[in-house]
Write a protein that binds this ligand. Structure first.
Ligand SMILES: [Zn+2]
Length: 67
């Protein structure tokens, strides 16, 4: 009977125990996902700023053209 696990290695997909910090199969850090989770916001915020700035310039150019 195999132990039930809700965590898997992010690299090889091997099942991990809760106490395991490293994958016994490939040696990858099993907690990398938790540490990496907050970092997805930075590129999205940067992208949003670039889009808003581009739209502002576009609208300003249109207003200048029409008016
Ligand atoms: Zn692994």
């Amino acid at each position: 009977m195999s132990a039930v696990s809700d965590e898997w290695c992010p690299l090889c997909g091997c099942a991990l125990d809760r106490e395991q910090d490293w994958c016994l199969h490939c040696g990858a850090a099993a907690r990398t996902r938790l540490a990496a989770t907050p970092h997805w916001r930075a590129p999205i915020v940067t992208l949003a700023i670039v889009i808003v700035t581009s739209l502002g310039i576009l609208i300003a150019a249109l207003v200048k053209l029409i008016g």
